[in-house]
Write a protein that binds this ligand. Sequence first.
Ligand SMILES: Cc1ncc(COP(=O)(O)O)c(C=O)c1O
Length: 461
Amino acid sequence: MRKYSDLIGQTFDIPTKEFKIVNNELHFHKINLIEIIKIYGTPLRLSYLPKIAENIQYAEKIFNDAIRKNKYAGNYTYTYCTKSSHFRFIIEEVLSNGSHIETSSAYDISIVWSMFFSGNLSKSHYIICNGFKHSLYVQKVTELLNADFKNCLPILDNVHEIDYYRQNVLKDFKVGIRIAADEAPDSSFHTSRLGMQYNDIISFYKEKIEGTKAKLKMLHFFINTGINDTAYYWSELNRFIYKYCELKKICPDLDSFNIGGGFPVKNNLYCDYDYPYMAKQIIENIQWMCKKNHVPVPNIFTEFGNFTVGESGAILYSVMDQKVQNDKELWYMVNGSFITHIPDIWGSNEKYILLPVNRWNSPYHKVSLGGLTCDSMDYYDSERHTEEVFLPQYDKNETLHLGFFHTGAYQEALGGYGGIQHCLIPAPKHIIIDKDKNGNTRHKLFAPEQESSSMMKILGY
Ligand SMILES: Cc1ncc(COP(=O)(O)O)c(C=O)c1O
């Protein structure tokens, strides 16, 4: 019978940059995962920090290459959208690679202060404050502005937000405006609820910003469906650059254009997303439109979340048993839950790279993976490239382990971490993998598996 390695070999070029098979076992960034499982067991969440540095440096390189090649007269700034993973070790890694920060809520500002007091962040870092802001959030942003975080930029989400800053910020301060994007043609609604209406922006600037302490520095937008080579993306981008040009003619302080997040990550082994091409197209479009409108080009900001941390994460499970439920369906029961550990699988039908950790020389068959909760939707049965899942055959004498890869963004923020989850499935053990100064890999436990006692306490027992 054909082996699992034959199946993968005929579909993909493996080894890839991240994955390699050695003696029928999977190595992820040269780490033998079966050795990690022997030490820590499963279910196991892992964060591989060097990938964060690599992706930040890569984005900086491709945008700066495009800037240089086009003799573009602006610069590029990388900011990290904290909501994609708030862990301290992630934020430290991001900052140590020269990134700046984008916040989404009042509670993010505590992270800013913590990083400031620990010396990881200075008062000249960009702190881009996004989101619809309730009173606590505007207060916290004002505290930063009054404490001389000179590149803290509230991005105004509606016409009222500015009033609080104008009353309470003591000196001149910088602001941005978020433009509400039109949604993709297949969306159930037409315009995003986030940001200000396209047609209101000029009058808003004249009424509430011009001639006041507030200095409009940045125009911001975010396209929900990501940065893609589609007519929809390019037409939205061009509309927003046009608005930048219109505003620039009446607002000399304006010099920055923030294109938000939206660089994708690899969610199957075959990925043909052309990152350098997209960076180049963005720079060229902005340059072309500014030239046509006789305004200087803006500095470019991005806020990549998924791209920064997604590929640093993985979660490993073991197959505990198999269940044949009818003539056609074979279930592998894993020792964790997709609903709670990788909620995007359940909530937004997201796909991830799924690979067995061991037994690559075993025959394979089609399976459905079942999670530990009783919810019928706690399953995974199709991959991006096949709409099916194939894995090595079950053998009770040799446990099959498997991994979901590139799960580092949003999953704890959505599924919860250490709280109460469906069927009281605990948060899995979590390790950090890093490299020392000599490039040697090292790993350490970040958090043990959540204990029943912590749940009982939350529940009032
Ligand atoms: C304003 C803003 N910026 C950046 C991001 C990050 O997007 P991504 O993770 O797709 O890069 C988001 C995500 O929702 C966002 O709302």
